[in-house]
Write a protein that binds this ligand. Sequence first.
Ligand code: ARG
Length: 400
Amino acid sequence: MGCADRVVLAYSGGVDTSVCIPYLKQEWGIKDIITLSVDLGQEDELGPIQAKALECGALESLIVDAQETFITNYGFRAIQANALYENRYPLSTALARPLISKLLVEVAEKYGADAVAHGCTAKGNDQVRFDLGILALNPDLKILAPAREWNMSREEAIAYGEKFGIEFSVKKSSPFSIDRNILGRSIEAGPLEDPMFEPPEEIYLMTKAIANTPDKPEYIEIGFEKGVPVSLNCQNLDSVTLISQLNKIAGNHGIGRLDMIENRVVGIKSREIYEVPALLMLIDAHRDLESLTLTADVTQYKQGVGDTYSKLIYEGLWYSPLKEALDAFISQTQDRVTGTVRIKLFKGNAVIVGRCSDNSIYSPNLSTYGADDNFDHKAAEGFIYIWGLPTRVWAQKNKR
Ligand code: ARG
């Protein structure tokens, strides 16, 4: 492995990324390591992480609060697209990777580093997202992924770190692999690898078990402006507050759990548990508001765009010409998606019970079965005659 002088390492404070520091220096001969820890709302204390990096031998340890950027430039885009990978996973982990990649590249350029590094292993999606994100933004930077090559078990990694005086407080680690940010939690591995194994209650942190949720429903109203959620119960909130509050409210009613088998980029199937209370509810509400404000053809065409969009986010192609082109389409459609969605939260369900918009193209006089009906009933017969012509010709030809 040809190496570098100065590396910027994406640093979480966990075992793998901590061990990366002595490993890169000792085994790959790197002189300077600058760590970058990005606050995406994972609720880790950043002070100790910063100190840990220096203790492990980093030259400098940087912390960046990117929660707002994460939500507005990544999360809200995904909501506007109604992005659900394989129709279910709202990409809470996947969306964080292009942002971290961007910050890594910016720091590398600012500090004159010739490489960036991450602690991803060889079987996951995240390595693909980091590598592609970094290389799309600066193809001249080297990308180092020591954990992809070192072949150490967790115990061996801990022992390796200890050789260089690094102490790990939680030696008996949880069997689960967990990724967390303000948009959600992803939990995999350990006993969950058996697809029949029911997730134990204690893995959930953002969502209550149904047995413990309130026995009365709660109603909320979410306001959208051009496809972006901006208010809760008529109160305008900044993006971080809005998402945090919605996570709490929905989580309290046990909303936002997913248990699925998904297809990874590297061809492996994996069993993943997600907690994504605010994000799932917002995508549902957003899609509903679109149904009130967009024409039928745009709604239906956009569904396919959303599928492609979620697949490319999952596959690490956030910085790509296709993504940009789809963004232009999606933005154009969102111009009209302003209004309010009313949701009833109860026992694990977020049921949309009402919606309104100044841009509504729902026409009561056309839709009604009542007296003020404007629809021209006589026109239906002629319409069906023309619309059904090909069917009539085909049926006559095939009649035995
Ligand atoms: N499967 C999800 C994804 O690819 C989450 C992976 C995150 N990692 C974890 N340790 N659970 O986006």
